[in-house]
Structure formats: C-alpha cells, structure tokens
Write a protein that binds this ligand. Structure first.
Ligand SMILES: Nc1ncnc2c1ncn2[C@@H]1O[C@H](COP(=O)(O)OP(=O)(O)O)[C@@H](O)[C@H]1O
Ligand SMILES: [Mg+2]
Length: 212
C-alpha cells in the first residue's frame, strides 16, 4: 500500500539504527526515526521506555553505542549541546529553564542580548523582537512587563518555545511538554505546536502512555 501522505524530499533528521545501553539496560534498542519539515512526530512510550534518552542523543550528545544521525541528508557529528544548536536543533525540557525573575524579552535574549551602539542593553529592540515572535506564537499574550514566574504554565511554555525558535531553529524537540499542565494549558501547547508546524518547523514530541 502506498501512503500518499508520506512527506517527500530530504528529512531534517534521520536517525538510523540507534542503540544505547546504560550498564545492562538497553535504554534504546535499534531505533530508527525521521522527521520532515512541517511534520510533528510523536515518541510514545511508558515511563522508562527510552524517549528522553533518544532525545538526548540528539540534543546533549549522549554517546550512542551504534547508529547514525543525518541532518538535512548529511551525516552529522553531534558531540555537545552547542553542535546540536549549530544544526538548528533546539530542545525544550520539562523544566523549561527560564529565568523566573525577568520578563519574556529578557528570557528570549538571555546570554545573547541585543546591544545599542553605545554598548548598553537595547531593551527596546529586544521587547520589539519579543512582541514579534510571541505575536506569531501566542497572539493573546500581553504580559511583556512581568517576570515570567507570574505567568501561567502555558504562557511559560510559549516563552520557552519563542526562545528556541528566535534563533532560527528548524527542529524542535519537546520532552513531555504537557506533563505539568492542566487541560486548558495542554490545549494551548497543542495550538503552539500546530503554529510551528505551519511555519515548516519539524517537531519531535515525546508523550507518556499508560500513566495517570
Ligand atoms: N543517565 C542514565 N544512566 C543510567 N540509566 C539511565 C540514564 N538515563 C536513562 N536511563 C535508563 O534508561 C531507560 C530509559 O529511560 P528514559 O529515556 O528516561 O525513558 P522515558 O523518557 O521514556 O521515560 C530507563 O530504564 C532509565 O532508568
Ligand atoms: Mg523521559
């Protein structure tokens, strides 16, 4: 049978025959998976199935025992988290890793701040950029002047995603993004994912099965 919905062209990511063991535990055993632009691929599995481990082989360069990784059709060598970013791979962890006491713009530009010609922080430019990218992801978001600790879980998630895509990520990895969210916020994350998909970003989404 021919799957007419199958994407064509070169996958953003092609992981082939990936295996990794920790001591005697085969955390990932001969897994192959690919991801095309504008595609959302879910990694489904129960707690301990190896979802986070497979993700971390891409994002933080867990050393695999075997297998190959291709990015845009070329074999990739990812040996640290910076390499992953170089390949346009951004990861959002459950913890989000936001700086709680500063606002959305400051979080988006954390460690890569925009400066004026005089060498001071260009807060105006950063807020303008933040409004642009947040406006695309979450048009209802207006709380630009508040520290992110005051935001809802869904809003915090959108700040973390905005930070990931601000610097041109083509591949977004989300490890159980809705684990700590209520139904309404989970729906909001679903909308964010559909928006990213429409923008041509490829998304790996890990989701637990059989829990709760
Ligand atoms: N850094 C590590 N050291 C040793 N064992 C690990 C490590 N990371 C994961 N594991 C083991 O690998 C298996 C898969 O874990 P994980 O990838 O976290 O699963 P999931 O994300 O699907 O819940 C589990 O048995 C887990 O205990
Ligand atoms: Mg996990």
């Amino acid at each position: 049978m021919v799957d007419t919905t199958a994407p064509t062209g070169t996958p953003l990511i092609d992981m082939r025959n990936i295996s990794i063991a920790f001591g005697g535990i085969r955390a990932v055993d001969d897994a192959s998976i690919d991801l095309f632009p504008g595609e959302v691929v879910a990694l489904l599995g129960h707690n301990g199935a190896g979802k986070s481990t497979l993700i971390k082989i891409l994002s933080v360069a867990y050393k695999r025992d075997s297998g190959q990784i291709f990015v845009n059709g070329e074999e990739a060598s990812i040996s640290n988290p910076r390499d992953a970013k170089k390949y346009g791979i951004e990861t959002i962890y459950q913890t989000l890793a936001l700086a709680d006491n500063v606002d959305a713009a400051a979080n988006l530009f954390l460690g890569r701040e925009l400066m004026t010609d005089w060498g001071t922080l260009d807060d105006g430019a950063m807020e303008a950029e933040a409004r642009k990218v947040m406006g695309r992801l979450n048009p209802r978001f207006q709380r630009f002047k508040e520290p992110v600790v005051k935001l809802s879980g869904g809003q915090r998630q959108s700040v973390a995603i905005a930070r990931a895509i601000l610097f041109n990520a083509r591949i977004l990895i989300m490890d159980e993004p809705t684990a700590a969210l209520g139904p309404q916020e989970t729906a909001q994350v679903g909308e964010l994912v559909m928006q990213l998909k429409a923008d041509g970003i490829g998304i790996f989404l890990s989701l637990p099965t059989g829990s709760a």
